[in-house]
Write a protein that binds this ligand. Structure first.
Ligand code: MN
Length: 291
């Protein structure tokens, strides 16, 4: 099932090029999408049945005429993979003459949960004089509390998958700071539930800036695959429903600037395009203290 949130925080199911408003069927409260989403994941088997029995009676809209929101309305934490593709490690070495270590040595890092944004929101760049890159990634949301669960059982804890951009300022500061600005984690266009993705570790992934294809990779080249990332994130640490994992970017990263349109597409999931803008406020204030 493709689950989306649209317009005034309405719950939708995507069918072809239309979106069905299933809020009533799901007992969804548009005033409180966060709690509604947690409930949806907790009781998904039952709610799914209710939605499917009677979907034709619900109103539907052309996808092109709705505004899609972040399909995860809010998150407690975002665990993200540092270098998790060999070819990305090589390109970073070539670009910055300093081979970054990989996930095997670094483990995961946290991005601010407030960096989360939706597929219709622009990316806001805080600095004009700092290189800020796109990173195309497969992301997923945790549906059940997990602690000390091995990768072999990951499927039972992942609620669904989506495309994710890990927007990143380049430089020597901590990853957490460089990647945590508001709007630096756009996700979308919807969640594809785990039952529909037979193998998340073999999905083609592409990213364009305007008409230029920048990234053309596949999750089959992940160093730590989706399930291993899950295991890493819950060893003696608790993963909670709503937590997000970003699995890392393949090669082809590059800078974005105001006026650009960035499009991400992942096989079996979908695509979305976001605009890039400069912040009105931060650009001048901070550029002098940063290199
Ligand atoms: Mn990344």
């Amino acid at each position: 099932m493709k689950i989306a949130i649209f317009n005034e925080n309405v719950l939708g199911v995507v069918k072809g090029d239309r979106i069905v408003d299933v809020s009533n069927r799901a007992g969804w409260n548009t005033e409180n999408p966060h709690d509604s989403f947690l409930r949806l994941m907790e009781d998904f088997d039952e709610i799914k049945e209710r939605i499917e029995t009677d979907m034709d009676a619900c109103s539907s809209f052309p996808l092109s005429q709705v505004e899609l929101k972040s399909p995860v309305p809010g998150t407690g934490k975002i665990w993200a993979a540092p270098v998790n593709y060999r070819n990305h490690q090589k390109e970073m070495n070539a670009m910055f003459n300093n081979a970054p270590r990989t996930i095997e040595e670094l483990g995961l890092f946290l991005k601010s949960p407030d960096s989360l944004s939706g597929p219709s929101e622009p990316i806001i760049l805080p600095f004009k004089d700092r290189r800020t890159d796109h990173e195309a990634e497969l992301g997923y949301v945790i549906g059940k509390r997990a602690k000390n669960i091995p990768s072999s059982e990951a499927k039972n804890y992942i609620f669904g998958y989506f495309a994710l951009m890990d927007i990143s300022i380049r430089g020597n500061e901590e990853r957490t700071w460089r990647k945590s600005f508001d709007t630096f984690t756009p996700i979308g266009p919807w969640i594809v539930t785990v039952d529909e993705i037979e193998n998340p570790n073999d999905l083609a992934m592409k990213l364009w800036v305007n008409d230029e294809l920048r990234q053309d990779g596949s999750t089959k080249y992940l160093i730590y695959d989706c399930y291993k990332c899950f295991e890493l994130a819950n060893q003696e640490m608790t993963l909670k429903p709503g937590d997000i994992i970003a699995t890392g970017t393949p090669e082809g990263v590059g800078p974005i600037e105001a006026g650009d349109q960035v499009r991400i597409e992942i096989e079996q999931i979908g695509s979305f395009t976001v605009d890039v803008k400069y912040s009105d406020k931060l650009v001048k204030e901070y550029s002098q203290t940063s290199k």
